[in-house]
Design a protein around this ligand. Structure first.
Ligand code: GUN
Length: 294
């Protein structure tokens, strides 16, 4: 069997087109221009690239983008003061503080300070609690992107065996909650899991989010399974350059899976699209209106 390749780039482009349409309706009918504030502290090069891409995508969708670039030595107090200002700014519907933060700043204190209604990352305990109890949460962007691709591919997932490999607050745990809400039988596997090949081998749905290059071997995959690879790992090549691989051994897994996301071009592009989606959702909820249908 050779798997269908799930084209995350094309899926994300369609989603962004839809969001652009929603934004146009919000402007025309409700006089609302959703606004996203992105805060970055310090000069981490990878974070700077993410923030630049977020800014560009936000503007392309017709939304307002407010970028706050703070120096590495910014105090926690000053960062919290900025978050407070953004919480109270009606033009700002979504707030994202780029992680990781410099070591002298307590990340949890900053995430806790963001208004849950504007927490478009979905990292606030109120949002994780709402997700866990089946409420109207803002869902973290990466797992939301994975869910949308799974729903598109599989439709009803009720009763399917789903294995999430990885237990981070950003991906693994919320992903497991989302799959549980879809009535899957969910297993969360991680670095201490005994007999990982057997656990993965039972799964109709595998979501790999461990951050270890090609740790999930192709011959573990159940024939016909749907495989979502969240990993983005840079590995050295023989010529001294590097290449990006996922957490799944792609070519071998594609021999057995029914469908699989590539790296790059799978989950990655969906994450920013879902950030824009969450910003529209947040703006509509704050205004007390339904999300426009495009
Ligand atoms: N750093 C890497 N990914 C993310 C993300 O999704 N949100 C935030 N806030 N920081 C990140």
């Amino acid at each position: 069997m050779t798997a269908d390749i799930i084209d995350g780039k094309a899926f994300a482009a369609r989603l962004r087109e839809n969001i652009t349409g929603q934004v146009a309706i919000l402007k025309d009918k409700h006089n609302i221009t959703p606004g996203l504030a992105v805060v970055i502290v310090g000069e981490d090069p990878a974070s700077q690239i993410y923030v630049r891409n977020k800014n560009k995508s936000t503007l392309e969708a017709g939304m307002n983008s407010f970028e706050h670039v703070l120096p590495e030595n910014t105090s926690e107090k000053d960062l919290l003061a900025l978050v407070d200002k953004l919480n109270n700014d009606p033009a700002v519907n979504g707030i994202l503080v780029q992680l990781p933060l410099p070591k002298h700043i307590n990340e949890s204190a900053v995430i806790d300070a963001i208004s849950p209604a504007k927490d478009v990352d979905g990292f606030h305990v109120i949002n994780s609690g709402l997700l866990a109890t089946g409420g109207d949460a803002i869902v973290p962007c990466t797992p939301l992107g994975c869910l949308l691709m799974l729903q598109d591919r599989l439709g009803d997932m009720s009763g399917l065996d789903a294995v999430v490999v990885g237990r981070s607050n950003i991906v693994g745990k919320p992903m497991a909650q989302l799959l549980l809400n879809e009535s899957c039988t969910v297993t969360i596997a991680h670095s201490r899991t005994k007999n990982l090949p057997e656990v993965v081998g039972r799964a109709d749905i595998v979501v790999a989010a461990v951050g270890r290059p090609e740790i999930i071997k192709g011959d573990w995959i159940k024939p016909g399974a749907t495989v979502i690879d969240v990993g983005i790992n840079r590995v050295p090549k023989e010529d001294g350059k590097s290449r990006i691989v996922g957490d799944v051994e792609f070519a071998a897994a594609a021999e057995r899976a029914g469908a699989i996301t590539p790296v790059p071009g799978g989950v990655g592009p969906m994450t920013i699209a879902c950030l824009l989606k969450n910003t529209v959702t947040a703006a509509c909820r704050q205004a007390g209106i339904e999300e426009p249908e495009v």
